[in-house]
Ligand binder design. Sequence first.
Ligand SMILES: [Fe+2]
Length: 238
Amino acid sequence: MANQTDDLYFRQLLSGRDFAKSDEVAIQMRNFSYLIGDPQSRRCVVVDPAYAPNDLTQIAADDGYEIEAVLITHYHADHCGGRMMGMNLPGIAEVLDEMNVPIVINRQELEWVMKTTGLGKESFRLVDGGDKVQIGDVSVTMLHTPGHTPGSQCFLVRGRLVSGDTLFLDGCGRTDLPGGNPEELYRSLSSLAALPNDTDLYPGHDYSHRPHALLDDVKQHNVVFRAETLADWVRLFG
Ligand SMILES: [Fe+2]
């Protein structure tokens, strides 16, 4: 099984290819969703279920895993479902129709996710940067990385960084959508750049010729790391 080790269940799944296979929006948007779990207890979380959440829960079930929480990187509907460009995408609301699990979001993202999905406060478990979500023996650390959105978060698990729309292998998330902030994104990218060089980066979209890469490599080749100061950054990307 792809990306599987003895002590970590980790699957990277591409929208329009691995799930939501006949969905034109899913095919065009090229979102990555993730299943992360503990092979001993056979429990897992799903990251950013959108388009066809039932496909994702079915993949986990076929692998013999029970989903115990949903982790959301940020409020955009291609990551959590809900309203986007006049459409209403399936997402966490449909997961909750199927199972009673907490939806884990950064505290700063609450009002935004509620607005996109129409879900009430009681559906969410609010976390801050540095908090951990435990799945059996596997611990996932929440990193608050604002800039693309106010409560964007990344997930660090056993040397792998699931980065949502904060950082792609090439480029980074936009800052011109509601809640975006270029200065905050600069600081967030700087904090990610300080992670160990052998961290494996798993982004929120398939925008490159490979699906994941080592941070060392990304820091050398991704233009967003060329700006050395905040002033340079705002001039180039703000
Ligand atoms: Fe986004």
